[in-house]
Design a protein. Structure first.
Lengths: 630, 128
């Protein structure tokens, strides 16, 4: 028996290791393939297109508290190459939450102890007598009193009782069988003796040669005693066969019921009950009856790709391995939690919970720890829901909450992803505004669609829409407004109304280039004014004035530029005086005087570009004039 | 008596010494007189304000050469000079005919005339 067990266990281990080496059950294949892009994190915009899906995948992974071994899409849970039916995610979630809300109670400890006693009582190593087995059987009724048992121990007890009853009936049948065999033997003797006697009589009659009497016998046609005796024998043979068939059918039925219940317990993850029932099976049935006759298709689904012969031993091995795994899993959860690896603890807890949902080992997870993990679990689920809605603002605040609950939560990665997504959406809105302002409506629409796709609740989108509505209203009068302002050379006013005018003049081939030119020109002036303001802050008044001077050459009538010049003038009056004098002299053709004034100005601000260029220009002009007069 | 005999040579020597001092003083004073001593110095600040007011005048300009701005062979050069008594630099034109090597950092006394367009034309110059 031990040899069989050892060899089947080794074969199973080999099978499991082969499965693992090949990447586990096929159901995991798809999962592994999809997990890869999720680690890519947030991608940079490629060709102006934000790959928001990368962030969503990353965030989905971060906020998904489920373990890799759980596949809610296919409704399966994979454990060491075995696939369980996980049912609907919502149902699983509610069961897990119920567990996390429950307190470990003393009754459960008592039940765990009782089940342990039952399993020990059935251990082959105990060399149990029939009385011992009966005692164990009685313990099943005590176990079924516990709520956590779910009445499964009664099912086992009934199965065992049924097998015993069948065995008892079988004993009665064996008695009948023995009587019939005696009758058959008696009948066989009669038939055989009759045949021998008839042969002897016929021999004597042939010697006396009395033909008349012989004819009379042959003609009579009345059944002989021999034929009656043969008929009795056939009847007895038929009864015997029927009895044998009845015994075989009854025994087989009991065996099949046992086997299907073991498979059923295993599928339901009632590993302790599966182990108890296997123990009873091994006691009640012969060693040659260990091969499973039922549940083959279910086992094929349970152990995909396996072509092994399933036995009761292999079922009890799986059950025992699962029980041990649950115990180790609970230890892992507790260790991870005590080391403040809360995310890890939650992930492992789900695996352990699903595998050992009906196992007593789960009681070793303390109530306080369960509550903490429940809070984390709920927050992660909520974050996942928010992520689906792309509500990044709420996600950021929830990420803060989650990071307080779990030190190992990758908050920075999430926040960074959120910020990137927000920026990308803002950039798309900005691009949409730019395209709209220059009249490229189709492109503007495309950018806006992208902005909405990345971050639907982006406040900038609302602003954009309001602005566009306003522009569309004003756009109808755009041509007249532009013509009027252009005639008055009020370039600044055109610039300030560039959006609505751009909208209105989108299709106007004549006015649109003029508008673009003015926008560019005033934009450059604004840039120079801004730069001069910066230089002023650094105390570089002369340099600031030079920039404003450059701006004045673009458009000397620009209001903001002139205002800036007027504000700056008192601080650079000495320099401005000399430069103005130089300009005037230069205009009058007095190059020497202009040169002298530029040099005087350069003495005030040696780095002056105006002076450097003015000196070079005036000196050249002067020497050219002298050369001509020579 | 002997004292009277010794007095005439001493008196003679003293009188000769005084005579020598007077004659040498007169001589050196006459010899060290500036070549442009008769010229007025250029009123730099006034010139900068309104160069047209000084057209046709001749002045003395004491200055140090700051840099050479422009030069054309056969015509001359435009120099930037730092004037004495003023913080401003001035542009001066030195014609090629002056025939002097003019180096940056050297100081000159210049006889300048103000010409058309306010040009400060160097007529003559001496190092000092």
């Amino acid at each position: 028996m031990w040899k069989i067990y050892a060899s089947s266990s080794l074969a199973w281990l080999l099978f499991v290791s082969l499965l693992n080496a090949q990447g586990g059950a096929p159901i995991n294949g798809g999962r592994a393939a999809t997990a890869q892009p999720a680690q890519a994190g947030v991608s940079a915009p490629a060709n102006g297109v934000f790959e928001s899906n990368s962030f969503l995948e990353m965030a989905n992974r971060v906020f998904d508290p489920s373990s890799d071994s759980m596949d809610f899409e296919n409704g399966s849970f994979s454990w060491k190459g075995k696939t369980f039916n996980i049912a609907e995610q919502r149902a699983f979630r509610s069961r897990l939450e119920r567990f996390l809300l429950a307190f470990p109670i003393k009754e459960e400890e008592q039940y765990a102890q009782l089940m342990s006693e039952i399993m020990d009582g059935l251990s082959v190593s105990n060399n149990n007598t029939d009385d011992d087995i009966l005692d164990v059987w009685q313990l099943l009724f005590r176990a079924s009193d516990f709520e956590i048992d779910g009445g499964n121990s009664t099912i086992i007890a009934n199965q065992v009782f049924n097998a015993w009853r069948i065995r008892k009936e079988s004993r009665g049948v064996q008695l009948s069988h023995r009587d019939l065999e005696d009758i058959r033997k008696y009948q066989q003797d009669i038939v055989a003796n009759r045949a021998r006697m008839l042969k002897l009589i016929e021999g004597r009659k042939a010697e006396n040669s009395d033909s008349e009497s012989a004819d009379a016998l042959a003609i009579s046609g009345i059944p002989t005693e021999e034929s009656f005796r043969v008929s009795d024998l056939v009847e007895t043979e038929a009864k015997l066969k029927a009895l044998e068939g009845q015994v075989a059918a009854t025994g087989l039925q009991a065996k099949l019921q046992f086997q299907s219940q073991i498979v059923s317990f295993l599928m339901q993850r009632r590993f302790e009950h599966a182990l108890v029932l296997s123990g009873f099976y091994q006691v009640l049935f012969k060693g040659s009856h260990q091969t499973l006759e039922v549940g083959k298709s279910q086992l094929q689904e349970f152990l995909p790709g396996s072509d092994l012969t399933f036995t009761v031993d292999s079922m009890s091995f799986i059950a025992r391995e699962a029980i041990n795994d649950v115990k180790k899993g609970v230890e892992t959860v507790n260790t991870a939690y005590s080391e403040r690896r809360t995310m890890l603890a939650l992930e492992r807890l789900q695996e352990v919970f699903f595998l050992g949902e009906y196992s007593t080992a789960l009681n070793n997870i303390p109530a306080e720890q369960r509550r903490h993990l429940l809070d984390l679990y709920r927050n992660l689920i909520e974050a996942g829901d928010l992520l689906e809605m792309k509500d990044y603002t709420s996600i950021s605040s929830l990420a803060d909450e989650i990071s307080k609950l779990a030190d190992d939560f990758p908050k920075t990665r999430v926040l960074s992803g959120v910020e990137t997504a927000k920026s990308m959406s803002d950039m798309a809105v900005f691009a949409a505004s730019q395209f709209r302002n220059v009249g490229q409506i189709e492109k503007a629409r495309e950018e806006l669609r992208q902005a909405i796709d990345i971050w639907p609740s982006n406040p900038a989108i609302r602003e954009f829409q309001m602005e566009t509505t306003k522009l569309a209203t004003a756009g109808s009068q755009g041509v007249n407004v532009f013509d009027d302002l252009y005639e008055r050379n009020d370039r600044r006013a055109i610039f300030e109304r560039r959006m609505e005018l751009g909208f209105a003049l989108a299709e106007d081939e004549e006015r649109r280039p003029l508008l673009m030119g003015i926008v560019e020109e005033v934009g450059r002036i604004d840039l120079l004014v801004k730069q001069s303001e910066e230089l002023m802050k650094q105390g570089e008044a002369y340099a600031a004035w030079e920039l404003l001077n450059e701006a004045s050459k673009i458009n000397g009538t620009d209001g903001p530029m002139n205002q800036a010049r007027a504000e700056l003038a008192p601080r650079v009056s000495d320099f401005v005086l000399q430069v103005d004098r130089a300009d005037r002299q230069s205009e009058d053709g007095h190059h020497a005087a202009a040169l002298a004034a530029y040099m005087a100005a350069q003495d005030i601000y040696p780095a002056s570009r105006i002076c450097r260029e003015g000196i070079a220009r005036e000196a050249s002009a002067l020497i050219a004039g002298l050369s001509a007069s020579e | 008596m002997s004292r009277d005999l010794n007095q005439p040579p001493k008196l003679l020597i003293r009188r000769l010494f005084i005579y020598f001092l007077i004659t040498s003083g007169v001589f050196f004073t006459g010899c060290s007189k500036s070549p442009f001593a008769d010229l007025e110095p250029l009123p730099v600040n006034d010139y900068l304000k309104k160069p047209g007011n000084f057209l046709g005048n001749t002045y003395l300009l004491s200055a140090q050469i700051d840099s050479q701005i422009e030069w054309e062979e056969g015509v001359g050069r435009i120099l930037a000079v730092e004037t004495e008594g003023s913080t401003s630099r001035l542009p001066v034109f030195v014609p090629d005919s002056s025939g002097q090597n003019l180096n940056v950092g050297q100081r000159y006394k210049m006889q300048v005339s103000i010409r058309k367009g306010g040009l400060i034309y160097v007529e003559d110059l001496r190092k000092f």
